[in-house]
Each structure stands twice: as structure tokens, then as C-alpha cells.
Design a binder for this molecule. Sequence first.
Ligand SMILES: NC(=O)c1ccc[n+]([C@@H]2O[C@H](COP(=O)([O-])OP(=O)(O)OC[C@H]3O[C@@H](n4cnc5c(N)ncnc54)[C@H](OP(=O)(O)O)[C@@H]3O)[C@@H](O)[C@H]2O)c1
Length: 203
Amino acid sequence: MKEHNKVVLITGANSGIGLELTKNLLLQGWEVAALIRSDFPNGQPIIIDALKKNHLRVYKADLADFSSLRNALDQIKKSEAKIDLLFNNAGVSFAEYKYSKQGREIHFEVNTLVPFIITMELKELLLKGQDKTIINTSSNSLLFLKQFDLNTVINPKTPFKKLVGPYANSKLALSLWTNGIAPELSSEGIKIRSVCPDQIRRG
Ligand SMILES: NC(=O)c1ccc[n+]([C@@H]2O[C@H](COP(=O)([O-])OP(=O)(O)OC[C@H]3O[C@@H](n4cnc5c(N)ncnc54)[C@H](OP(=O)(O)O)[C@@H]3O)[C@@H](O)[C@H]2O)c1
């Protein structure tokens, strides 16, 4: 069934899972507001067509830079009348410690904190939408951890572990705040879920 006039906001819509989600939802009749840092790849007919029809609207931001994020969120609030579905999809997994523009450990910043900021900032627009749903993209790498380790965030000195270190910690924190805030959002009519995509291999 075609969805008409429904708006989904997708972070990281230009690549990987976000790009496939974008194309899929456009084909189903959704309008997509894409919050992205890099451009869409060339030669994608669905993307080209949707941009022409204004069914795909682009907002540019580096999510690891809060002034850039602030500008994009202001732009979204000015330009979009509502959001039905918010996909916090953008995420990072590095092979070493890196830091955001604010100087914080980047996995926690981009994977945990930024989805929270976007959720809170766009709540008003979600309340104007029909579906009022937020999907946070977590990861089953969190199953490798017994508990959230605040030390790896405020004082990242322990030896770096790929996927099961700061990345898993950031995704555990994402799922924990999603779970924690769900009852409060539910009382306002907003559904929030944390999901783990199946492992995607690139060809
Ligand atoms: N692939 C898997 O097997 C898997 C499994 C479990 C969970 N996940 C989660 O699923 C989500 C999507 O993963 P993917 O495999 O599709 O990854 P991907 O292809 O690397 O895409 C990541 C997206 O996040 C964006 N992003 C990263 N840092 C950003 C920043 N500072 N500012 C703005 N955008 C930023 C990237 O933008 P740029 O193009 O500008 O870098 C890109 O669009 C992630 O949250 C990931 O942790 C993936």
C-alpha cells in the first residue's frame, strides 16, 4: 500500500542501511527528510527523481559538531510541517579512539548522545505527525557487555577494542536511554524502539 504525505526523517540516509531505507520508503510513497553529512551517491534514479519532486529533502550536518547539528535542526524545524517517523540511523565504528568537535569520545557522542538530542529537538514535529514513532539503530554488540562503562566515555584510556569496546558501550547506552525514556514518551503518544539490524556485508 502506498503511503501518501507521510514524512520520515532519516539520519545517515546517504549510505548503507540508511540509503536502502531511503530508497525503499520513497518507493512506498513516503517523503524523506535526509539529515546527512556526505552527498548521496551518483546515478541513483530513485534519489534523482525524488529530489526533483521534492519528495526527498536534504539537510546537511556533521553530527559530531554541535553547531552544525544545531543549524540543521533549526532548518528542519523551519521547513518541515511534521515528522511521522524518525530513524536515528547514523552511527560510527572506528578502529581507535576519536573525539568529536566538542572533545568527547566520538562513539558515545554520535551513537548515543546525538540521537537523544535529535529526539528531544524534533519531538514537537513528531507530535504533529500521524505515526509518532522513533526507531533508534542499536547493535547486538551490546550483548558482549555486562554493564555500561562510564569510564570509557569520560576517561577513554583503556586499550581500544573494536566493536566490543566503545562502539558496544555506546549502543548499550543508546538502548538504555531508549528503554528509560519510552514510558514518558508513550504518555505523550510517541512510540520509541531500539532495533538491531542484521549484519550487513558489503560486496
Ligand atoms: N552494518 C551492520 O552490519 C550493522 C549492524 C548493527 C548495527 N548497525 C548500525 O546501523 C547504522 C547504519 O550502519 P551502516 O552499516 O549502514 O553504516 P554506514 O554505511 O557506515 O553508514 C553510516 C552513516 O552514518 C553517517 N555518519 C557517521 N558519522 C557521521 C557524522 N559525524 N555526521 C553525519 N553523519 C554521520 C555516515 O555519513 P557519511 O557518509 O558522511 O560518513 C553514513 O551515512 C549504524 O548506526 C550502525 O552502527 C549496522
